[in-house]
Ligand binder design. Structure first.
Ligand code: S3P
Length: 427
């Protein structure tokens, strides 16, 4: 098992150009390319395990993929291929849930599975509403757990009112709605990330957005191909924003980061805690991209109970900021953390305790009292974001993170970048 060793850092002042491209948009770009009959051009696709698995799946479904400098050219098949083998999503819940919605209405038989972590994550949030509209889907525990099998069938139009603000659920249902036999509506209780709607609108899909409701018209013909540049992933960039916010006298500029408003809430929280953060050089129309400057300043505690869907992925990293702040910070309404790549409430609290930080677990969150980090050996629990959060904590006092290979799921060059701030290597 690999162990990542990180040494405490002295102050740094640097610019980072190579934050990994956005994972959410990369998955979508690979899958949505199949909705066209022409080649899609994707610049800056994320070459990490999760999104490369999606690309392989798209190839198994019949697409050809060519790489030219920093572009991927995905040419869809004239008809989706019925693959002879299982479609492997690896660690990615996004890929699995989006593909279930995408394939539910496609003629053919498909089996989707993933690694041992994904095999424990609930799929009924997409399987149940899809079955309601006529989808033929099964899996372990009555269709809740993978492997998931799909026999593509005709789908009825629907009105679906999701109880959770989940972009994965919304996206799966929008993809199914594109193949339904009439106009469908999908509503959510709070706006989740909106890349699916934005990208499909760009491709010419007929989607009307009315507040929290998406009205989706079925696709009458193939959509236009995608032509996009994918900005750097704000949830990956956030690890280094955190680094500058906790190492005294440090400053960082993070270049060409995706600044979609549904994705930068964690930066806003860090700002509220006292970090100096500025967005600069903003450009782009549909998905805006810009630079983020972060300067160290003393942090103070914060309470987090709203806009949780906009920062759910960054909560383990925010927990490190809480541990470095003065006062007690609390996270509530974040039960979703229990069904991410690991149970992130339990993983975060267990690791913080090992680092000598006083904290308490709630059913739907946790509280952390700011204190003095002490060097420890912590577990990644097979979860990339837990591994990277505690690697950044290592800049305070040194840290060993067991089972660190999972970082490759989303950010393969994370350790290279970290190593520019302080010694960091895997053993
Ligand atoms: C994602 C949506 C979020 C997020 C995940 C990526 C997406 O999950 O946590 O990392 O790309 O749609 P939920 O939709 O389950 O909230």
């Amino acid at each position: 098992m690999t162990v990542l060793k990180v040494d405490a850092a002295k102050s740094f002042n640097t610019t980072i150009w190579d934050i990994a491209p956005d994972k959410s948009i990369s998955h979508r770009a690979a899958i949505f390319a199949l909705l066209s009959d022409k080649s899609s051009y994707i610049e800056n696709f994320l070459e990490a395990e999760d999104s490369l698995n999606s690309l392989k799946i798209v190839q198994s479904l019949g697409a050809s993929v060519k790489k030219e400098s920093n572009h991927l050219i995905i040419t869809p098949p004239s008809k989706i291929n019925e693959p002879a083998s299982i479609l492997d999503c690896g660690n990615s819940g996004t890929a699995m849930r989006l593909l279930i919605g995408f394939l539910a209405g496609v003629d053919g038989f498909f089996t989707i599975h993933g690694d041992k972590y994904l095999a424990t994550r609930p799929m009924n949030r997409v399987v149940d509403p899809l079955r309601e509209i006529g989808a033929n889907i099964d899996g372990r525990e009555k269709g809740n757990l993978s492997p998931i099998s799909i026999r593509g069938s005709s789908l009825n139009s629907f009105n679906y009112d999701s109880k959770i603000a989940s972009a994965q659920v919304k996206s799966a249902m929008i993809l199914a709605a594109l193949r339904a036999n009439g106009v469908s509506t999908i509503s959510e209780p709070f706006k989740s990330r909106d890349h699916t709607e934005k990208m499909l609108l760009e491709m010419g899909a007929k989607i009307e957005i009315d507040g929290l409701k998406n009205i989706v018209h079925p696709m009458k013909k193939p959509l236009k191909p995608l032509e996009i540049y994918i900005g750097a992933d704000p949830s990956s960039a956030f690890f280094f924003a955190l680094a500058a916010a906790i190492v005294p006298k440090s400053s960082l500029t993070l270049k060409k980061i995706l600044l979609n408003p549904t994705r930068i809430e964690a930066f806003e929280v860090l700002k509220k805690m006292g970090a100096n953060i500025e967005y600069k050089n903003i450009s782009g129309e549909h998905e805006i991209v810009g630079d983020i400057e972060v300067n160290y300043s003393k942090l103070k505690a914060v309470d987090l109970e709203t806009n949780i869907a906009w920062l759910i992925d960054e909560i383990p990293a925010l927990a490190i900021a809480f541990a470095c702040a003065s006062g007690v910070s609390r996270v509530k309404n974040a039960k979703e953390l229990r069904v991410k790549e690991s149970d992130r409430i339990s993983a975060t609290v267990q690791n913080l305790k090992k680092c000598g930080i006083s904290c308490k677990e709630y059913e739907d969150g946790f509280e952390v009292e700011g204190g003095e980090f002490k060097s420890a050996e912590v577990d990644s629990f097979g979860d990339h974001r837990i591994a990277m959060s505690f690697a950044i904590a290592g800049l305070k006092c040194g840290m060993r993170i067991k089972d660190s290979k999972c970082i490759n799921a989303s950010f393969p060059n994370f350790i290279d970048i970290l190593n520019r701030l302080s010694s960091a290597y895997e053993d």
